[in-house]
Design a protein around this ligand. Structure first.
Ligand code: NAD
Length: 328
């Protein structure tokens, strides 16, 4: 997006949306942010920020009015604890958000649209071993996502492709693989594994109780992508001409036990892992970045150690501030 555009970021009160707004402003674009809530941890840099419920078509029409580029990031989502227990709510809310945002974009003549999909669209039967083969874009079909969250994302990918084909909207579809970093949810039940582990390890450091709970045996594997890489990938994807889905993530796979060890090393504490029953998702998942490298001439570069050091420092300071507030 070399020339200045009028951009809508939906979900701009959330983690990725908030960071993306800052990046778009730094590039010189005019930005409207929309969400149910303001960003929790830092003020938005958007030129305009509206509190709107994007399940309503009227709100989507207001959000997309006068806009030429949409980054559709709004979703009712969270980590495994949330998405494994709220299937109907997630399907209902996210399907309405995505159907209405796309239709409103069409009616308002939006030229370019990015839909934020997820690695959760990939079939469960390809993700049954911890030592899994990395997932290629074409692995999505035959489809069998594990949860309603993934099924809805896959459905909305298809809706987006029909709008591209029938209404000439220039489409982009990014399948995110576990994005993490500062200014993301770190407590309350919607946090994902990196943030939850940073919080638990910060508590272990603060209290001296070195026991840290891990859901399952901790041998389930994932790849994790730092937020700055995600935002750069979004910028490059928008500038590319790739209109079919593409993975956006790291391809270094680690187990949850290894993730905890890296965070403990960053925090400078030794921990005792206590494996407890809990939702663990698929057994193994990794991103095949062959297409990403080809299409974007780039791939995420920030190491897990660097990204977790920045994330841990932020979560430790948030937890410290919270403790100080409750002690007042
Ligand atoms: P997030 O929860 O921090 O942000 C999503 C935002 O959408 C929230 O601020 C929420 O309030 C808003 N929202 C929910 N319902 C809404 C509604 N009815 N109207 C308006 N806004 C509404 O999540 P995130 O991590 O920033 O994720 C952004 C997008 O990327 C989502 O679509 C998510 O599904 C997708 N994604 C994220 C990851 C990840 O690892 N973070 C992985 C795969 C896909």
């Amino acid at each position: 997006m070399s020339t200045s555009r009028k951009v809508l970021v939906s979900g701009a009160g959330g983690f990725i949306g908030h960071h993306l707004v800052s990046d778009l402003k730094a590039q010189g674009h005019w930005v409207r942010g929309v969400d149910l809530k303001h960003p929790e941890y830092a003020a938005t840099e958007a030129d305009e920020f509206s509190l709107l419920d994007l399940r309503e078509i009227e709100c989507c029409l207001r959000a997309t009015r006068g806009i030429d580029t949409v980054f559709a990031l709004a979703a009712d989502m969270g980590g495994m604890g949330f998405i494994s227990q709220n299937h109907s709510q997630i399907f209902y809310n996210n399907a309405l958000i995505n159907l209405h945002t796309l239709e409103a974009a069409r009616r308002n003549g939006v030229e370019r649209y990015l839909f934020s999909s997820s690695a959760c669209i990939y079939p469960e039967f390809l993700q049954q071993d911890a030592d899994v083969r990395p997932l290629r874009e074409e692995d999505a079909y035959p489809a069998q996502p594990q949860d309603a969250y993934g099924w809805e994302k896959l459905m909305s990918e298809r809706v987006a492709l029909h709008y591209r084909d029938e209404h000439a909207i220039d489409m982009r579809i990014a399948r995110f693989h576990n994005i993490y970093g500062p200014l993301g949810t770190w407590e309350g039940g919607r946090e994902k594994a990196p943030a939850a582990l940073c919080r638990k390890i910060a508590a272990a450091k603060a209290t001296g109780n070195t026991e840290v709970e891990i859901w399952g045996d901790g041998e389930q594997t994932r790849s994790f992508c730092y937020i700055d890489d995600c935002v750069e990938g979004l910028r490059r994807l928008m500038d590319s001409n790739r209109s079919d889905p593409i993975n956006l993530g790291q391809d270094r796979m680690v187990s949850i036990n290894e993730l905890a060890d890296i965070i403990a090393a960053v925090a400078g504490v030794s921990i005792v892992k206590k494996h407890v029953a809990g939702p663990t998702g698929v057994r193994g998942r990794n991103s095949d970045n062959t297409l990403l490298r080809e299409v974007l001439n780039w791939e995420p570069a920030i190491s897990l150690e660097d990204g977790l050091a920045r994330t841990y420092a932020w979560i430790e300071s948030q937890a410290g501030k919270k403790t100080a507030r409750t002690a007042d």
